[in-house]
Design a protein around this ligand. Structure first.
Ligand code: ADP
Length: 272
């Protein structure tokens, strides 16, 4: 069985393009409780116990979760929802318990449930044979209800299908705060392109503003793929120009051109 380990992500907000509202909300919901415990005491109030990131696939929810852990310099435990279900009878609930045990030992920490809809979807979406799902959800609810015993432990979760989540999960004291991570608008797309072209040798005629404008409907993950694909095309061209390993001697000549970006864009956007 896979052990859940606490890591310390090196990712931070600089690695996340745009999404300023989501970053500010996360900072308030996650970093503040971890950092300003005494202030919450003085105000005689409690921070939100759990936070749900929701929005379409590839918009940066997982990236944001890691980045807020990196920003707050706390431990991070990454749990894939579907992985928890893929166990022998009774093992899924045990795994949920183990995750929280590990998280309490690692505190200050963030425990992140990616694709939480896989384990806590509503009864209909899990089908009629939802016995396992029910037990996992109730274990999860029990653990969430105990969260206030460990003030420096924050639970984050992410889903592409908020509407299909078991409503009990979203009640006060559980994943009570929701943060939307929307499909990127043009400004966000431009910011994501900035992040992924940082340190890249770009040809002089490259117009990232135009690329951001021409990628309406793309997710941030698609933009990341465009940048990677354009780089690969540039590498391919150089290896074709110089035979075999001698291409390495010409690494300083590597430049990613506008034509390569355009080809990558068309391929990722499904235009060819
Ligand atoms: P989600 O969890 O919303 O499905 P991810 O966070 O897994 O999406 O994003 C997939 C990849 O896309 C990330 O690893 C990252 O490389 C890139 N990406 C997504 N959003 C952003 C962003 N806002 N800024 C920079 N890169 C991003």
């Amino acid at each position: 069985m896979r052990e859940y380990v606490a890591e310390q992500p090196t990712t931070d907000f600089d690695d996340v393009g745009g999404l300023d509202d989501a970053k500010a909300d996360l900072e308030q919901a996650v970093t503040w409780p971890l950092q300003y415990g005494p202030l919450f005491d003085a105000a005689n109030t409690t921070p939100p116990t759990g936070v749900l990131l929701h929005g379409p696939p590839g918009t940066g929810k997982t990236l944001l979760a890691k980045a807020i852990a990196g920003e707050s310099e706390v431990n991070f435990i990454h749990v894939q929802g579907p992985e928890l279900l893929d166990r022998y009878v009774g093992e899924s609930e045990k795994a949920v318990r183990e995750v929280f045990e590990r998280a309490r030992q690692s505190a200050p920490a963030i425990v992140f449930f990616d694709e939480i809809d896989a384990i806590a979807g509503d009864r209909d979406s899990l089908g009629s044979d939802s016995g396992v799902g029910d037990r996992v959800v109730s274990q999860l609810l029990t653990e969430l209800d105990r969260l206030s015993d460990t003030p420096n432990l924050v639970v984050l979760a992410a889903t592409n299908r908020k509407e299909s989540l078991d409503g009990a999960l979203l009640r006060s004291g559980r994943l009570e705060r929701s943060i939307e991570v929307p499909t990127p608008d043009e400004g966000t797309r431009r910011a994501v392109l900035d992040v992924h072209t940082r340190g890249m040798a770009l040809g002089e005629n490259i117009d990232l503003d135009a690329l951001a404008a021409a990628t309406e409907g793309a997710s941030s993950a698609d933009l990341t793929s465009i940048c990677r694909e354009a780089s690969l095309l540039a590498i391919t061209e150089l290896t074709e120009q110089y035979e075999g390993a001698t291409a390495n001697d010409h690494a300083d000549e590597l430049v990613v051109t506008a034509a390569q970006f355009d080809q990558a864009r068309r391929s990722i956007m499904g235009e060819e």
